[in-house]
Design a protein around this ligand. Sequence first.
Ligand code: ATP
Length: 450
Amino acid sequence: MILIWVGVDDTDSTSGGCTTYVACMLIKELTKEKYDIIGYPRLVRLNPNIPWKTRGNGAVSFLVGKGEGKKTKIGEIREKEVFSYETSSDDSNYDRLKEIVEQVIEEYAILGDENTNSGFVLFRNPPSYEVYLKTVRGIVSLKEVKELLDSSAWYFKGFKNGRGLIGATASVAWTPVRDRTFELITYRKKEKWGSPRFVDDVSTKKMDKIVSSTFDNYDYENHHNRLVPNSPCPVLYGVRGENPVDLFKAKSIVKSEKVDSWIIFETNQGTDDHLQEKNIRDIQPYDSVITQGVVSKEPFTLQGGHVVFEIKDETGFIDCAAYEPTKQFRKIVRKLIPGDMVEVYGGVRETPFTVNLEKIRVKMLVEKYEKVENPVCPVCGKHMKSIGRNQGYRCIKCGSKSNYPIVKRAERGLKPGFYEVPVCARRHISKPLKRIKRENGESKLNHKSF
Ligand code: ATP
């Protein structure tokens, strides 16, 4: 049998389920029937701005083979064994594989929910990386995906409207060529699903300090344990990190209710793969962008605590928003003033048409002056009086006028550098500054995360 890529998506709903759990159950069933899973299963996050996602727009895929004595171990990369396969043409293996995937999806997908439209795909040769890039950065139609599947998939099946085929295909098209991270996900015992989770905060913080290659574990300012999801899904907790071996160590430190099963995924989480550099004029709804501009309107706070400001470049203007859930990050944004140069990172909403900030790089700050006192009359040597709001000053003795009060340079309370939203507000796919720092070297960046 040759190797087959399996991709699955859209099996969960807001009331339960999780596509990673379906992958875990599938792998369990497949290994029971002596199929091999080659390499790590993959958890691929796609366009975070699409309105019809359940939560984090994740899809899963993995490579399956059937050893049957023809498997040759060709090497070992740390914890990961690498095998080569000789092919045999036993078609019954294919049919059984197809059957198992279908049965497991039917058993675990929440197909009763009107928004769950599961899909699975089986490929001998994965689709091109471009298919992934398009799905993580733009909007893809089911029609174009079906055309691709008709011409290149070995088998595929969509349930209900079949929209899950889009993510399932894109997850097979992802390959960790640019960047990748890992996530160890633990699952709860079935009888616990839907009840409050027990994952100990103290041990989570301990793990965060000890296992430095992990990220987005705990939000110290907002007292939020980010390992733990807040939906009624089967996941108990997930630890994200650079290195799969360290994730085992992390798991041994975190104290929690009993773990039923666990799995490690290779992922595009924390990579910023969704972002594209764009001029303001070229930004479209549902894009995720990096764009540079000069602050053109003072930040203001909307009802609900959302902070909005406008930037401009030579091609146009756009609003940028730090929404209420970004908590302390809004304090940074409020300190910006017209003339500051910034680079913003974030997803774009259609209505309102704004860049929803994930990170900001303050590139240059203008000087800010504040009034100390009214101007002094050059004739009489006395302080002038204000004529009225924005109308200047006049000397009450001789009538001399001035438009300019005495000012001093104000403290900006902000430095050039990178700032990011707090852990509790971070998107799965956003690259944390911790990772950017690691790549660029600690000392080169001025940065702050909240
Ligand atoms: P979870 O992360 O909990 O698994 P989810 O947030 O992934 O849930 P889904 O239930 O999978 O949400 O719904 C997302 C749907 O959007 C899927 O059907 C997927 O195929 C589709 N989709 C993903 N990316 C795109 C895209 N770029 N364009 C169009 N459709 C997309």
